[in-house]
Ligand binder design. Structure first.
Ligand SMILES: [Zn+2]
Length: 167
């Protein structure tokens, strides 16, 4: 419940692919609040192209949440990307080069894949802009070598819906 602890004072944050998946669907309480705040512009949610690509390919939130996940979340992602508070971001060339180096340390440690790459990219943007990185418990493996994690303040949003929450 890290998000609840930090509260609603965050005005700007970048999201990794797992958090983006949850926010786009309003999947669990924290994500639903973040989506609402992005839609009405109270929160500027920075979304990298890589996170968008990676989240589009996720089959679910990755937790054993017991909820049905839509077969295609791209409509929800597009809707979120069009929200007042959404800010789409491509990496600058120096960021892209730094991302390659960062990803190399992850692959050397055995952590591969588009979600890892996208999470590293989001961490770089968080570092460059000095804003927090929204993530979920499921995404911890993306930061396990410590290098991406050291770049940014991570806020783990609760990705498992409570009983009574809407998915
Ligand atoms: Zn789920």
């Amino acid at each position: 419940m890290a998000w609840n602890r930090v509260g609603h004072d965050i005005m700007r944050a970048v999201t990794d692919p797992y958090a983006l998946y949850c926010i786009a669907l309003g999947h669990a309480h924290d994500a639903a609040q973040l989506r609402e705040r992005t839609v009405d512009g109270r929160l500027t949610l920075v979304i990298t192209t890589l996170a968008m690509v990676s989240a589009s390919g996720l089959a679910g939130c990755g937790e054993r949440c017991g909820r049905a996940h839509p077969a295609d979340i791209t409509p929800s992602l597009r809707e979120l990307a069009d929200a007042d508070g959404a800010e789409l971001r491509s990496l600058t060339p120096p960021q892209a080069a730094a991302l390659g180096a960062l990803y190399r340390t992850q692959t050397a440690a055995g952590y591969l894949g588009d979600t890892v790459l996208a999470a590293c990219g989001a961490a770089l943007v968080a570092h460059a802009e000095n804003i927090p990185l929204l993530t979920t418990p499921r995404a911890r493996y993306c930061y396990v070598t410590g290098r991406p994690a050291s770049l940014a303040t991570r806020i783990e949003i609760d990705s498992v819906p409570d009983a009574g929450d809407h998915p």
